[in-house]
Design a protein around this ligand. Sequence first.
Ligand SMILES: [Zn+2]
Length: 307
Amino acid sequence: MDPIVAAAIFVFGLAFGSFLNVCVYRLPRDLSVVRPRSACPNCNQWIAFYDNVPVLSWLLLRGRCRHCKARISARYLIVELLTGALFLACYWHFGLTLAMLKYCVFGFLLLGLIFTDAETKLLPNKLTLTGLGLGLVFSLLVPVNDLASQLLPGVVPLPMSSDVSWHLLSLLDALLGAAVGASFIYGAGAIYLRARGVQGMGFGDVKLMAMVGAFLGVKLTIFTLFTASIAGSVFGLSTIFVVWIKRTRRFMARQHATAGAARKRAWQSARVVYRHYEMPFGVFLGSMAMVAFFFGNQFLHWYWGLM
Ligand SMILES: [Zn+2]
């Protein structure tokens, strides 16, 4: 790694993170991300360029608006730092290649989706559908090298030159990944709706997984779905558990109930919370898709070694 290139890429990432913050705020509200320039959502004062420097401005102003002193969410700082770290990690992992560019773009869109879903439970089409299109385009520039590329040439003789055929196979891999990702979530959503009577996964998750599939191909898409389900379940169960413990304590303290009775009542109320709780599943899908492109292949090799 060249330290000067690395530093430049990190700063570049911070600037992109700053733009991503604008997207996270404006896209779910159907506002333009280009115009007008940023203003404080509390006092509507324009934000001067020197108060809009990534990371530094937030730290110097201690997370408050210069004019009205309203709090500025720590999300602004976190998204900027994460985007910088993401770009740096892509450079470290892929070197200065087209693959680096592909995963910077993919990770950038994923970060935007993760934070939008966490804040608003929405996954804007401007990120998911743009991502799906970009994933398909990138498959023609960087080989996806998934099932179709690995299995098809051995089964059917391809009449084209190898240069033409890798592009076609790579595009086929991206299309297959998108189809598998979207249909899995669609199917899981339908089952979930039947079982729990609430919408667990929306159409936004379906489009998100189509995008993930187009970038990653079938194998890593399945890896993403599998690990995200585990992460989501662990998170859901621990949430219920925490609610249960807290309410048990509260019932015991306030109503002098016996431990057994308090535990029982708290359990019922935790179940009600669980029934109405809408998990932002896009957060888990997006995070695991990011884990997938850095570590997924290593994990799959290790796993197949065990088999
Ligand atoms: Zn203000």
